[in-house]
Write a protein that binds this ligand. Structure first.
Ligand code: SAH
Ligand code: MG
Length: 205
């Protein structure tokens, strides 16, 4: 991955360890040959840099979807809350300004296309086949499952479906992404390609 973009990704606020980010980037480079990339769960744009770098290399774009109001686990009183991301005017979370600065500083505005939306609502109006779909939105079971059901049909044959925060061991983290990932494997529509930390790459049969 381009050294300047890797520095920008490492410096960005978010939840993407370096080895997993590089695995995501590699999946994106490969999948760009199949179609555009799409991410559920932008937050402040950290993973969007890894995918944006891949999109640029592959001559495509990455759509990154978020309502920018935070997941349950990002709200005040929860484990992943960051008070800097609260809009003082309303008291609600707003990660959109942070995302914009991240992508501007990385120089990726031409390949990272932000969509401010509730993920299943957008999916209802979506039609474009995808080279890669990265699911990293809300981690409650119903939310993660809804993202999988809404978006996995858009992954083109030969394209990749990627999950984040898949923890087989309940001691290591919440089980929802693991259960949804397992459902994808059991469906017979996707076959496992690689695992890096909590990142799981599957290929559409
Ligand atoms: N990929 C990011 C982390 C994403 S955190 C990184 O690299 O750091 C999860 C994000 O999912 C939050 O920003 C939250 O606002 C978003 N999210 C949760 N539920 C959503 C929904 N239904 N629609 C759109 N975005 C959602
Ligand atoms: Mg994550």
């Amino acid at each position: 991955m381009d050294a300047h973009l890797l520095d920008a990704a490492r410096a960005a606020e978010g939840f993407m360890p370096d080895d997993e980010g590089l695995a995501l980037h590699a999946a994106g480079v490969e999948a760009a040959a199949v179609g555009p990339l799409l991410e559920i769960g932008t937050y402040c744009g950290k993973s969007a840099i890894y995918l944006g770098a891949a999109a640029r290399t592959g001559g495509t774009v990455v759509f990154t979807v978020d309502h920018h109001r935070g997941s349950e686990e990002n709200q005040a009183g929860w484990e992943h809350h960051d008070t800097r991301l609260v809009d003082p005017r309303t008291g609600r979370m707003d990660t959109l300004p942070f995302f914009r600065r991240t992508i501007e500083a990385a120089g990726l505005e031409d390949v990272v296309v932000a969509v401010v939306a509730d993920s299943p609502t957008l999916a209802r109006y979506w039609a474009t086949p995808l080279g890669l779909c990265f699911i990293d939105g809300g981690h409650a079971y119903d939310v993660a499952r809804a993202d999988y059901e809404a978006w996995s049909p858009f992954v083109a044959p030969g394209g990749l479906l990627v999950f984040h925060d898949v923890f087989e061991d309940p001691e290591a983290g919440g089980q929802a992404p693991f259960l949804v990932w397992q459902g994808a494997v059991d469906s017979g529509r996707f076959t496992p390609v690689s695992a890096t930390g909590s990142l799981r790459v599957l290929r559409r049969v």
